[in-house]
Design a protein around this ligand. Structure first.
Ligand SMILES: [Zn+2]
Length: 312
C-alpha cells in the first residue's frame, strides 16, 4: 500500500492529508495561508512535514487555484495568491525531499469525486463546482483531461448569453453569471425586491433588507417550502440543466457531479437541474441520459484527488 500526501492550498488555509490507495484520509493537518505569497511555499512544506510523521510517503500532490502548466510543475497564474510563473514543484521538492506534482485545485477535486466520491465507477464524468463562480473538471476515458496547455475544464466562462451579464473575467454572458451561487442570490434578491410581501419569510432570515439575503438563507427558506427561494433554485437549476445538456452534446458523459457550496442544498438543486438537463438534451428520448449526482466528499475532495494524482 503506497501512501501519498495531498495538499489543498486555499486562500485562507492549507489542508494536508496522508491518503491511501482507496482514497481514505489517515491523518490530516491544517495551517493558515500566509498573507505574503513568498512564504506560501514554506507553509506548504510545514504542513507536509507535520502530516508526514512516521508515514512512509511516495509522493506529494498539490492542488492550487490558477493555471497550472501541462508538466504539472509551474503555476502560470494564480489570481488569489499573486503567483506568476511560480515553480511550485521545485520549491516544495527542495523543502520536503519527496517527488511533487502540482494540479489545478478544481481538477484535483473533480478527480477525487470521480474516483472515490459520487461518481466512483464512472469513466466519463463532468464535475461542476457551484460556488461563488462555477469551476469544474473533466474526466474522459478514465483520465483527467487537462487540455494541451493544462488549463482545460473551466466551464464557468463559456458564454451562454451573447452580450449578457458582465463577468469578472472581462467578458459578458458567462455561464457562471447565470448558474452559480452568486446567481442564486441575485435571483432571490430580484424576486424579493419585486414582491417584498411574498418574501417576508426569506427576508426575516437576514437583516430584513433585500441586500441582506445570503445563500444560506435561500437554502434554509427553500427547505421550508418558501416559494421565492424555490423559484431562485429553479432559475439556476434551469441554467445548470442547459449547461449540462450542451456539455453532453459535446462530451457524452455517463455522470455529472454537482459539487461546491450550493450543492450542499442536495436535491433542492440536483432534482430540478437533472430535470432541466433531460428536457433540454439534444435528441432527448432517443439516447441514454447521464446521471446527475451530488458530490459526497465535501471539502476533502481536493486533498484526496491531489493525493491520488500524485501516484499517476
Ligand atoms: Zn467570465
Amino acid at each position: 500500500m503506497t501512501l501519498t500526501i495531498g495538499v489543498d492550498i486555499g486562500g485562507t488555509k492549507i489542508l494536508a492529508g496522508v491518503v491511501d490507495e482507496k482514497g481514505k484520509i489517515l491523518d490530516s493537518v491544517k495551517v493558515s495561508t500566509p498573507e505574503d505569497s513568498d512564504q506560501t511555499a514554506d507553509a506548504i512544506a510545514e504542513a507536509v512535514r507535520k502530516v508526514r510523521g512516521d508515514h512512509e510517503i511516495g509522493a506529494v500532490g498539490l492542488g492550487a487555484a490558477g493555471f497550472i502548466d501541462a508538466d504539472r510543475a509551474t503555476v502560470l497564474f494564480a489570481p488569489n495568491v499573486s503567483w506568476v510563473n511560480e515553480p511550485l514543484k521545485t520549491r516544495i521538492e527542495e523543502r520536503v525531499g519527496l517527488p511533487v506534482v502540482v494540479e489545478n485545485d478544481a481538477n484535483a477535486a473533480a478527480w477525487g469525486e470521480a474516483k472515490f466520491g459520487a461518481a466512483a465507477g464512472h469513466d466519463d464524468v463532468i464535475v461542476l463546482t457551484v460556488g461563488t463562480g462555477i469551476g469544474g473538471g473533466l474526466i474522459l476515458g478514465g483520465a483527467l483531461y487537462r487540455g494541451r496547455f493544462g488549463i482545460g475544464g473551466e466551464p464557468g466562462h463559456y458564454r451562454v448569453v451573447p452580450d449578457g451579464r458582465p463577468c469578472g473575467c472581462g467578458n459578458r454572458g458567462c455561464f457562471e453569471q447565470y448558474a452559480s451561487g452568486s446567481a442564486l442570490v441575485r435571483a432571490a434578491r430580484e424576486r424579493a425586491a419585486a414582491a417584498p410581501g411574498k418574501a417576508k419569510d426569506l427576508l426575516a432570515l437576514g437583516d430584513g433588507s433585500v441586500e441582506g439575503i445570503q445563500g444560506s438563507h435561500i437554502t434554509e427558506a427553500a427547505r421550508a417550502g418558501d416559494t421565492i427561494a424555490l423559484a431562485a433554485f429553479h432559475e439556476i437549476a434551469d441554467w445548470l440543466g442547459q449547461g449540462m445538456s450542451d456539455m453532453a452534446a459535446l462530451l457524452d458523459p455517463s455522470a455529472f457531479v454537482l459539487a461546491g457550496g450550493v450543492s450542499e442544498a442536495g436535491d433542492l438543486l440536483r432534482a430540478p437541474a437533472a430535470e432541466a438537463y433531460r428536457r433540454k438534451l439534444a435528441g432527448a428520448g432517443h439516447r441514454p441520459y447521464a446521471q446527475v449526482l451530488t458530490a459526497t466528499l465535501g471539502p476533502d475532495a481536493g486533498l484526496i484527488g491531489a493525493a491520488d494524482l500524485a501516484r499517476l
